[in-house]
Write a protein that binds this ligand. Structure first.
Ligand code: EPZ
Length: 430
C-alpha cells in the first residue's frame, strides 16, 4: 500500500480545477452499454473505481476505447455475456448499476454483490424491490444477484428510504421497460439528474429527475450520444474544506456553485469567506474556525460524503460542535485516527460531540475509507509536524491526483511507497 507524507502548516493559495463526478460517471458508464451504438463520455475522473468498472464492461464484451485518461468511447453491441463477476468488481459499490442497465437492455443480468466503502451495511433491498415491481425475478446466490424478466413492465414504485443507488438503478431499468414507471421518494442528488440527462440524450423519456418524483416512459431502443460528466461536488467540497483548515485563499474552478450550497453554508457558519462565480468558488480562511452543528441529509442537505471533512474542521474550531450522521450507521471510524492527532471527539450512537482543539499534531494514521482518508489528509495539512496517512488506496478510489493538486496550491505532501521511502521523505520535508 502507498502512503501520503504531509508536513502541516502551509497555507493554500492559487487555483485548483475540479474533475468529473465519480458517482455520476459510474452510473453513466453502466448506462452506456444500453445502446448498440457508440457512446462518447468526456470529463471522466481518472480514479480507481472508474477503471475497475470500465474493465468489467470490457470483460462482458463491450468495446471500450480510451480516447484519453478523461474520455472514453463505449459500444455495447458486442456484449456476449450478462454475467459480471471478478475480484475487482466485488470491491466497488457501483457494480450494481450494471444490473439495472443489463436488465433494461437484455431483460437479464447476473452481477457480483456490491462492495464499497465500509461505512455501514449497504443493503440493496430497495433496488431489488424496484426490479421485482417491474416483473423481474430476483435471486441472490453464490455471492451474485441474478435478475431476469420475461417482460419488464413500468409500474409505480415508492422508495421507503431516499436511496441514490436505488433511484438510479430503477430509472435505468425503467428506461427500456414497457410503459410508464413512477419513482416516488426519489433521490435528488445532482448525479441522479446527470444520469437522467445522459439517458435522455440516448433517447430515453425521463422527467422529474432532481425532484422526489421521477416519471419514465420506457422506449424500445436507445441510441448513441456524446456526453460530459458534471463536476464532482464532493471533490470540490473537499478542497474548499482543505483551505478552511489550512488557511489561505484558493479559487476552486470547474464547479456548479448550486451543487455546493450546503457545503458553502457550513463554511460561512465556521467563519470562512466564500465568493461564488459562474463556474468557480473562491474560499478565503485565516484558519481560525468557529463551532457549529451539522446533520447529514439527502441532497440538498449536507452531504454524508462531506461528513468526515466537516468533523476535521470542527475538531480544530473554537468551542463544542456536533456532527450527526443520518445516512450511514458506521461512518465515524476515522475518529480513532483523528484522536491520534490530538482531536477531542466523543461518538454517541450517530452523533459526534466535538470539542475543538487549538491544533492537531502530526501522527501516523490509516485511511479507513475514501472520504475519511481525504479528511485525514486535511487534518495533516493543518497539523503541527508530519502526518503519514496509510492505506491511501481508498483515497485513490475517488480522488484523481489529490497530492499533485494540493502541491499545486502550496501543500507539502508527497506520495510514497513503503517504510524506507516514508523515513526518507520525513527527513526531506522536516
Ligand atoms: C451513493 O451510495 C454513493 N456511492 C455514496 O458515496 C454516497 O454516500 C451515497 O450515495 C449517499 O449520497 C456511489 O454513488 C457509488 P444510498 P449508495 O443508496 O447509492 C440505505 C462515496 O464516498 N439503503 O443513497 O449506496 C443505505 O444503507 C460514496 O463516494 C437501503 O437501506 O447510497 C443508506 O443508509 C460513499 N437499501 C441509505 O439508504 C437500499 O437498497 C442511503 O444509501 C439502498 C440503500
Amino acid at each position: 500500500m502507498d502512503q501520503y507524507v504531509i508536513k502541516g502548516g502551509n497555507s493554500l493559495h492559487g487555483d485548483v480545477v475540479i474533475g468529473g463526478a465519480k458517482n455520476a460517471a459510474l452510473a453513466i458508464l453502466a448506462a452506456a452499454v444500453m445502446t448498440d451504438e457508440t457512446v462518447t463520455i468526456d470529463n471522466l475522473p481518472n480514479v480507481r473505481d472508474i477503471n475497475v468498472l470500465l474493465q468489467a464492461i470490457a470483460e462482458i464484451g463491450a468495446r471500450v476505447e480510451r480516447v484519453n485518461e478523461h474520455k472514453v468511447r463505449i459500444n455495447g453491441s458486442f456484449i456476449q455475456d450478462v454475467r459480471v463477476d471478478n475480484e475487482f468488481i466485488r470491491k466497488i459499490r457501483a457494480s450494481y448499476y450494471l444490473i439495472g442497465a443489463l436488465l433494461g437492455k437484455y431483460k437479464k443480468a447476473e452481477v457480483a454483490l456490491p462492495g464499497g466503502c465500509d461505512i455501514g451495511s449497504r443493503p440493496i433491498d430497495l433496488h431489488m424491490k424496484g426490479f421485482r415491481a417491474m416483473g423481474a425475478k430476483v435471486d441472490i446466490a453464490h455471492g451474485n444477484i441474478k435478475v431476469e424478466a420475461e417482460v419488464l413492465k413500468g409500474t409505480h414504485i415508492y422508495l421507503d428510504k431516499v436511496s441514490v443507488g436505488a433511484t438510479i438503478n430503477i430509472m435505468m431499468a425503467a428506461a427500456m421497460a414497457e410503459g410508464k414507471t413512477v419513482i416516488e421518494n426519489a433521490a435528488k442528488e445532482p448525479h441522479v439528474v446527470d444520469v437522467a440527462n445522459f439517458l435522455n440524450g440516448m433517447g430515453a423519456n425521463i422527467r422529474g429527475a432532481g425532484t422526489d418524483v421521477i416519471r419514465i416512459v420506457g422506449v424500445e431502443k436507445l441510441h448513441k450520444t456524446e456526453y460530459s460528466i458534471i463536476p464532482d461536488q464532493i471533490e470540490a467540497g473537499t478542497f474548499m474544506f482543505a483551505v478552511a483548515a489550512a488557511g489561505g485563499d484558493v479559487m476552486v474552478k470547474n464547479v456548479i456553485p448550486k451543487h455546493l450550497e450546503a457545503t458553502t453554508a457550513k463554511l460561512l457558519e465556521v467563519g470562512c469567506r466564500v465568493e461564488e462565480f459562474d463556474d468557480a468558488v473562491r474560499v478565503i480562511s485565516d484558519g481560525k474556525l468557529q463551532h457549529t452543528q451539522v446533520t447529514t441529509l439527502p441532497y440538498p442537505g449536507f452531504p454524508t460524503d462531506m461528513q468526515p471533512q466537516m468533523a476535521v474542521l470542527l475538531g480544530m474550531a473554537e468551542g463544542t460542535s456536533t456532527v450527526t450522521e443520518s445516512i450511514f450507521e458506521n461512518r465515524f471510524k476515522y475518529v480513532d485516527e483523528l484522536t491520534r492527532m490530538g482531536a477531542d471527539i466523543k461518538v454517541e450512537s450517530n452523533i459526534a460531540i466535538i470539542n475543538g482543539v487549538a491544533r492537531y499534531t502530526g501522527a501516523r494514521v490509516n485511511a479507513p475509507d475514501l472520504r475519511a482518508g481525504a479528511a485525514l489528509v486535511i487534518a495533516g495539512l493543518a497539523a503541527d509536524g508530519v502526518t503519514v496517512v496509510d492505506d491511501i488506496y481508498y483515497v485513490e478510489r475517488g480522488y484523481e491526483n489529490l497530492e499533485g493538486k494540493l502541491r499545486e496550491i502550496g501543500a507539502s505532501i508527497e506520495k510514497v511507497s513503503g517504510e524506507k521511502e516514508i523515513q526518507k521523505m520525513i527527513l526531506k520535508i522536516s
